[in-house]
Write a protein that binds this ligand. Structure first.
Ligand code: URA
Length: 242
């Protein structure tokens, strides 16, 4: 049988408080393992094999969490920042204990789909430049976006630093003095969407990520709201047709 981990570590990981708080819960007789009260929070237990209860409520143990957030403007997609609020600041205490981080970055003024997880392997798979996981953005762009832009993006454009982008798929929703478009890119350079439009002489005035892989932003999420991904949605992040 696997030896497991310390009870206080397990409970702290899933948000039951600090190790000291968990020690106190145990001392008060509020924690049971397989029906037996456990007073010693340093006890080793395998959470996959034993039933842990706190306050008579079964503990739902998991190593990883996967969250979808509708990121608002004004918030930084990093774990820490000295000046601005971060996406981590928007999370409940329950999720902070998992030490999640954003999978890729969105600019401070970009809204929309942001995945947060503590699963480093999944993040690596989604972000790996070799995998070309598509990301789709909705944007409003100053200037009339037309067929020449579709052709230029299909070919790949040259960014301000000389980088040649991979081919990208541009769809025009509205072509006007301010145009509305959807753009799918297969890489993730710094400020890529804004810089691609600059390369064709236009300027992005609103940007929202709406899809990563085959996973679309849940439109029921208000800006700043988040929820856990389902098993199927976790798979969708990593499955897509190019
Ligand atoms: N491209 C940008 O320019 N900004 C983002 O936030 C994401 C993609």
């Amino acid at each position: 049988m696997a030896k497991g981990q310390r009870l206080d570590k397990i409970l702290a990981h899933i948000g039951y408080g600090s190790r000291r708080e968990i020690r106190d819960l145990c001392k008060k007789g509020l924690v049971t393992i397989d029906g037996k009260t456990v007073k010693d929070s340093s006890l080793h237990v395998n959470p996959e094999e034993s039933e842990i209860r706190v306050n008579n409520e079964a503990v739902h143990y998991r190593e990883f969490v996967y969250l979808m957030m509708n990121k608002p403007q004004g918030v930084i997609s990093a774990t820490e920042d000295t000046r601005h609020e971060t996406v981590i600041d928007l999370l409940d205490k329950q999720y902070k204990s998992f030490e999640v981080f954003p999978v890729g970055r969105l600019d401070i003024d970009t809204e929309g789909l942001l995945i947060l997880t503590n699963d480093g392997q999944l993040a690596h798979r989604v972000l790996s430049p070799k995998k070309h996981v598509p990301k789709t953005y909705y944007a409003e762009v100053e200037g009339i976006v037309g067929q020449t832009d579709i052709a230029a993006f299909k070919q790949g454009v040259t960014l301000d630093d000389g980088y040649e982008t991979l081919p990208a798929k541009l769809e025009i929703i509205k072509s006007d003095t301010v145009s509305a478009i959807e753009l799918t890119i297969y890489e993730g350079k710094f400020h890529q969407v804004k810089r691609m439009f600059e390369a064709v002489g236009k300027s992005v005035v609103y940007l929202q990520r709406i899809k990563m892989g085959a996973l679309a932003l849940d439109e029921a999420l208000e800006l700043g709201e988040y929820r856990e991904l389902t098993e199927e949605e976790i798979q969708l992040l990593c499955t897509y047709d190019i």
